[in-house]
Design a protein around this ligand. Structure first.
Ligand code: B12
Ligand code: SF4
Length: 393
């Protein structure tokens, strides 16, 4: 290790702080491979079990993702930088306001990918300027396992909810990495401090953890509302509640959050249009209005149709007849994703005769097989309900 490498490592902490990062660490491909839980094999098991659902890109780039040395064989050191997005108020309070959309904390500001990437590039430029080394910057979408890398770099540990937890920032850290050909002194990996706590596992509304430290993404609300492209399976619709984009439950109950300081959230520019808006407002969004409203935020990534699918599930979960006409308007939407969830939501807010009246005007013209199946299911349930009522009467 050269004296210059030690000098860079010392400066790194100051540079990272100046650029708005809250923690930084250095690891190597060898240290990553030596983690006690063998992250590359854990990825293999995750994919073999189908836990990635329809995120086919995880399987497609598996070889590169499972080892930074395969992604870029010249890599000698990996700098992991983390930025806190700790919220100012309890992010679970919104779950008690069913008429408003719960948008997860990470999605409420400007898109963190853009912000972190720009900061990481500036950090990488400083490293490159001080050495002859090559550098490459990665945030989130690259085939790299950022959480075990951050654990190997000593920023924290992977908690039972699988996210990186830090003793100083709790569960509220975004991560990014810089790969470099420079050999820099490693920072030490720290142990697991979850102890016997199981709060994150116990609170999950969809029971997405088959075991501690293992997530079945197919059951996770973050996956269902953001990544999943099709209809959301029936068993998850009620547990989703009013969570329209992502989920914070397992992060928010982590006891280590008590040390997290909210001041840096402002750097992600929380915006009023993502501040848990009323569902009634969102139910009227067409494509243009969706794009305008959520431009520059992570929310735009789902596109309008998937977002409306989620809004309709939340609307159905209000069980409020006052939303009937707004939901009914979605029965003629161009997207079958939206129409299907409009049927489901209508069946929850409207009386059976309104459902049947809508079926007479809409269902008979429905051409999409899955939307027809939603109609058939809900009309059969409504019929069963009125049969049992008349049997009792
Ligand atoms: C795919 C993905 C998702 C998927 C799947 C998540 C998952 N756990 O795999 C979905 C869509 C569900 C998702 C959701 C969220 N995500 Co996401 N996601 C990713 C992504 C792109 C890849 C993650 C990955 O590699 N998964 C593969 C599997 C194999 O990894 P794993 O579940 O972590 O499995 C590990 C454990 O099982 C562990 N393990 C196995 N056995 C044992 C035993 C012991 C004792 C221990 C300690 C560990 C252990 O080894 C495995 C490998 O490390 C990363 C960005 C990146 N490039 O890394 C962001 C990332 C993980 N997501 C992030 C965030 C913020 C979220 C959400 C909080 C967003 C939200 N509010 O809705 C939720 C959290 C849900 C949750 N409980 O995980 C952050 C997490 C930051 C942090 N502090 O950890 C990341 C790092 C993005 C970023 N750049 O900041 N995400
Ligand atoms: S983000 Fe929500 S749904 Fe996903 S694992 Fe955590 S608590 Fe469960």
């Amino acid at each position: 290790m050269s004296a210059q490498a030690g000098f860079i490592a010392e400066r790194l902490v100051r540079w990272a702080d100046e650029l708005g990062f809250d923690a930084v660490g250095i690891t190597t491909p060898e240290a990553f491979r030596a983690l006690p839980y063998d992250a590359p094999s854990a990825l293999d098991r995750y994919i073999a079990a189908g836990h990635h659902g329809d995120m086919a890109w995880m399987e497609l780039h598996r070889e590169r993702r499972r080892d930074p040395g395969t992604l870029w064989p010249e890599t000698r050191s990996i700098i992991v930088a983390a930025a806190s997005y700790a919220p100012e108020a309890d992010p679970l309070a919104i779950l008690h306001e069913p008429h408003r959309a719960a948008l997860s904390v990470y999605a409420r500001g400007k898109d963190y990918h853009d912000i972190l990437k720009s900061r990481l590039k500036q950090l990488a430029r400083r490293i490159a300027a001080e050495t002859d080394a090559d550098v490459k910057v990665f945030v989130d979408t690259a085939p790299l396992m950022e959480k075990p890398l951050a654990a190997a770099a000593g920023i924290g540990w992977q908690g039972k909810h699988t996210n990186l937890v830090s003793r100083t920032h709790g569960s509220w850290l975004f991560l990014g990495a810089i790969l470099t050909t420079a050999l820099l002194p490693e920072t030490r990996s720290r142990g697991d401090h979850c102890g016997s706590c199981t709060r994150c596992l116990d609170i999950c509304p969809t029971r997405a953890f088959p075991a501690p430290y293992t997530l079945d993404a197919r059951r996770c609300i973050a996956y269902l509302t953001i990544e999943h492209q099709g209809h959301i399976p029936r068993e998850f619709r009620e547990p989703i509640g009013n969570r329209v984009f992502g989920c914070d439950d397992c992060l928010a109950v982590c006891p280590w959050n008590k040390f997290a300081v909210a001041s840096r959230e402002a750097r992600f520019g929380a915006r009023p249009e993502t501040d848990n808006p009323p569902l009634a407002e969102l139910l009227t969004l067409d494509d243009a209005a969706f794009r305008t409203r959520f431009a520059g935020t992570p929310i735009k990534r789902t596109g309008r149709d998937r977002f409306m699918r989620n809004v309709l599930i939340a609307a159905g979960n209000t069980r409020d007849p006052a939303l009937t006409s707004l939901i009914a308007q979605c029965l003629t939407d161009a997207s079958p994703l939206v129409r299907a969830m409009a049927v489901w939501a209508l069946a929850r807010v409207a009386p059976a005769d309104t459902l049947r009246a809508e079926a007479n005007t809409q269902a008979r013209y429905e051409t999409d097989a899955q939307v027809r199946a939603e109609w058939d299911f809900e009309l059969t349930c409504a019929q069963g309900l009125s049969d049992s009522k008349s049997a009792i009467g």
